[in-house]
Design a protein around this ligand. Structure first.
Ligand code: NAD
Length: 460
């Protein structure tokens, strides 16, 4: 059933006009009636897919209307939403008991209203036409992962719109695609509702990557982290939900916090440090994003896929926000000391960007991934000390490895995570693959990249 017909019954013409305009712009066919008796006559002859009924009307009581609608064979099972200026709980209970599917209090928030209309229709098996994905929105698309994703989607023939405030990303990252006629960059923040709502209106799928990231960046900008990584995400989800556009949300292995239960499984408990240690603002914000996304999926039926990345690396990543591999490459290739924080025994798994993009695309197309939280990482563990040695070897550098206290870089109150390794069973069962590029292969590829593009070193 496409373009469902909705009958709005409200004696207030301003309300019917407003609701009609709003719903029409989302493809619904609207019949607006200000006289409830006319509406009852109409329902004797015509069928509709949803009725929106005002509860307080001078000519006839709303409950009486509801009773008549439910006792008419033709309209007995038509989904119905009550619209009311009364916020009394007993009215709501009465309306629901009499067969209304939802009760919306006036004044209503337009996005919320739209989402609830769609939800009721969905529950009654109205399915929007399966739209071919054509226009893809990538928030944070001028960043490291976002630019690689944009490049790949352009190559696959999609129209890509990127929203990025260029805080950690850059035009340099997308210079090879910026003139492509299928690519558009909007410079702005995900907290700007005007930009976001318009861009989402024109999109069929959203990859949400924009966030304040990088340990150094997060520590220096705790407020940005919380604002952009939670409020920004909530805005993206709100408008995505109003339009019913699927969201692929990028989360992080940081959410496991200080857990020592290895490997990290998606449904494990998480252990996050206190709020006066700034690094945890990132983990906490990203975890809240996951709750937001799951909430929208469960309550509003918004299709979401939540992907927890584990240390994604590759050409295009910069080191100035705290990322270790580009930092070590820069030092090694410029014959500067490689600064290892702490004793270097902390262990990480590194995942190559090409594997991440391939698998991310698979997950975003898989019905099994909808509503799920999924680890995306490799399980090749290496200590940071051994990583420094390996980068020295691959670059044939004579740089020294220098061990320094975390405090020198991250302040007195800093906690690091000893080890991070993902459980990949869920990824394998949903995507059918796990990342394959080993650490030596990653380092070889990156070394070759810097040999071919020596000017990139100055960007690190
Ligand atoms: N790289 C990793 O290892 C890794 C690991 C775990 C999770 N992630 C997640 O993946 C996503 C992408 O990370 P990345 O490594 O590409 O980092 P990145 O810094 O290169 O990309 C983030 C992008 O978001 C943009 N941005 C930041 N705040 C914004 C805002 N308010 N409005 C619009 N744009 C904004 C930045 O300018 C940047 O281009 C992030 O959500 C991050 O949390 C990355």
């Amino acid at each position: 059933m496409n373009n469902p017909r909705i009958l709005i019954i409200d004696d207030d013409k301003d309300v019917t006009d407003l609701v009609a305009v709003r719903l029409k712009s989302h493809g619904f066919r609207i019949i607006a009636m200000n006289d409830p008796l006319d509406a009852l006559e109409y329902l004797k002859k015509d069928t509709v897919d949803l009725i929106i009924l005002d509860l307080v009307m001078p000519k006839i009581d709303g409950y009486e209307m509801l009773r008549k609608i439910r006792s008419n064979k033709k309209t007995k099972k038509v989904p119905l939403i009550v619209l009311s200026a009364k916020s009394d709980q007993s009215d709501k209970v009465n309306a629901l008991n009499m067969g209304a599917q939802d009760y919306i209090t006036k004044p209503y928030e337009p996005e919320e209203f739209l989402a609830r209309v769609k939800l009721v229709l969905k529950k009654f098996s109205y399915q929007p036409a399966i739209k071919k994905i054509k226009n893809i929105l990538i928030t944070g698309g001028a960043g490291f992962i976002g630019s690689a994703l944009s490049r790949r989607l352009i190559a696959d023939g999609y129209q890509v719109t990127v929203i990025d405030d260029l805080s950690t990303g850059s035009k340099e990252n997308i210079k090879d695609i910026s003139n492509n006629r299928n690519f558009r960059l909007i410079i702005g923040s995900i907290t700007d509702e005007t930009i976001i709502s318009k861009a989402i209106e024109e999109s069929d799928l959203i990859y949400h990557l924009a966030a304040t990231v990088g340990v150094k960046n997060v520590i220096e900008n705790p407020l940005d982290t919380v604002i952009y990584d939670t409020i920004g995400t909530s805005i993206v989800l709100k408008y995505a939900s109003a339009k019913g556009v699927k969201v692929v949300l990028t989360s992080t292995s940081e959410v496991y916090g200080k857990s020592k239960k290895y490997p990290f499984k998606e449904d494990d408990d998480v252990i996050i440090g206190p709020p006066d240690i700034n690094r945890w603002s990132y983990a906490c914000s990203k975890l809240l994003d996951e709750f937001f996304a799951i909430g929208y999926y469960r309550e509003r039926k918004l299709p979401v896929v939540i992907i927890r990345f584990f240390n994604v690396v590759g050409p295009g990543q910069v080191g100035r926000f705290g990322m270790v591999i580009p930092r070590f490459f820069k030092s090694a290739l410029e014959d500067q000391p490689l600064h290892v924080y702490g004793d270097g025994k902390q262990e990480r798994c590194f995942t190559y960007i090409d594997d991440v993009i391939d698998i991310m695309l698979k997950l975003s197309r898989s019905p099994k991934a909808v509503g799920e939280v999924i680890n995306l990482g490799s399980d090749n563990l290496i200590s940071i000390k051994n990583l420094a040695c390996a980068i020295k070897r691959v670059t044939k550098s004579s740089s020294k490895i220098v061990f320094e206290p975390y405090q020198k870089y991250y302040g007195d109150r800093f906690e690091d995570v000893k080890k991070r390794v993902p459980d990949l069973a869920k990824l394998k069962s949903i995507a059918g693959v796990i990342p394959q590029t080993s650490i030596p292969e990653i380092l070889e590829k990156m070394n070759q990249y810097f040999a071919d593009n020596p000017e990139e070193l100055s960007r690190l």
